[in-house]
Write a protein that binds this ligand. Structure first.
Ligand code: SAM
Length: 327
């Protein structure tokens, strides 16, 4: 029987993670980060393992020859094992960005960005799945930076980037605290949605709530705009209700002053458990000299991505928009 490269890698990650989970008495996802690091470093880094386990792991790593796999094969296999681990316990806001969304964002970044090389920041990098999907999609030299508050997720992102040989600069911190990152040309982020508990920090933002906790996703947008160069682009995965909350007027005012809305793509509702969890991709451009709004924003209601005919139609519509608006 022929086993696909993704299955081969999945089996390796899964089996070695299970061995480490048991011996190190840790969670599956922690063990996954450990095994990924071993694979990348070409050695067994955990000192507390039995001789027999070390021998067995060595053999499994040696048999796989990671260099023969493409970045996308590595990313997809790693994504599948993370999904398995996340089934055990994960908060909704920690969920990995799915493939289909990442590929759409990759397409949009490719089409909007004109520079032959540029700097890209993901301030909610999580496992790095969205970021590396976009990087694998691009044929250009990109300097990329990721920020993530969660220790385990950033470790998974670090291993992910290493295995795919993407030189990503990673910061383990709260993205709403000051960031020591020079303004970038583009931002991508699957925004964490909900309240930001730190009212003192929130006070530093124009989009803070007048009363009570502020919305983390609003503050994330403002922080991202701050860290974008004039004329730079921002691609956010947002909840569909973004412009309908009781704080939406404030957000709209902020948009008017600081950005141009280039597009809004509603993701197919079939991708989400229920309608209220559905999301869209919002494309903004930071205002600046010679930055002009499009004749009309790119507004798309994406069909179910399983229908190739429908997807083709939408791609044709989007390409037409790019020709008319972006030359
Ligand atoms: N794109 C990511 C991926 O492919 O794995 C998933 C992003 S997930 C929807 C949102 C991420 O934002 C989570 O990983 C969460 O830990 C992170 N996050 C939430 N609040 C944060 C904060 N204040 N600073 C930095 N990261 C934060």
């Amino acid at each position: 029987m022929n086993i696909s490269p993704i299955e081969q890698l999945f089996t390796l990650f899964n089996e070695t993670a299970m061995t480490l989970q048991e011996e190190l008495n840790c969670t599956y996802l922690e063990a996954l980060a450990e095994t990924g690091e071993n694979l990348f470093q070409g050695s067994i880094l955990q000192e507390e393992l039995s001789e027999l386990t070390v021998k067995r792991l060595k053999k499994q790593y040696e048999d796989i020859h990671i260099q023969k796999y493409s970045n996308e094969e590595i990313r997809k296999a790693y994504q599948l094992v993370i999904l398995k681990g996340m089934k055990e316990n994960v908060q909704p806001n920690h969920q990995m960005t799915p493939d289909t969304v990442g590929m759409l964002v990759g397409y949009l970044v490719e089409r909007f960005m004109k520079q032959s090389s540029f700097r890209l920041l993901d301030p909610a990098v999580g496992t790095g799945n969205l970021l590396t999907t976009v990087l694998n999609h691009m044929q250009r030299k990109i300097t990329s930076i990721g920020v993530e508050i969660d220790d385990l997720l950033i470790k998974l992102a670090y291993v992910n980037a290493n295995l795919q040989e993407h030189p990503v600069q990673l910061f383990n911190q709260d993205s709403l605290e000051p960031l020591f990152i020079d303004p970038v040309d583009a931002i991508i982020a699957d925004l964490p949605v909900g309240f930001y508990p730190n009212d003192v920090r929130a006070a530093d933002y124009q989009l803070k709530a007048d009363e009570g906790h502020s919305y983390a996703h609003h503050l994330f947008i403002e922080q991202s705009v701050r860290h974008t160069k004039p004329g730079g682009y921002l691609f956010f995965i947002i909840p569909n209700g973004l412009f309908e909350s009781e704080q939406a007027d404030q957000l709209k005012e902020y948009f008017k002053e600081n950005v141009i809305i280039q597009g809004l793509l509603q993701l197919p509702t079939s991708m989400f458990k229920n309608k209220s969890a559905a999301k869209s991709i919002l494309i903004l451009q930071k205002k600046g000299v010679n930055v002009t709004p499009p004749k009309q924003a790119l507004l798309v209601d994406l069909p179910s991505l399983s229908s190739a005919v429908e997807v083709d139609k939408i791609l044709v519509k989007m390409e037409k928009w790019f020709q008319e608006n972006k030359g």
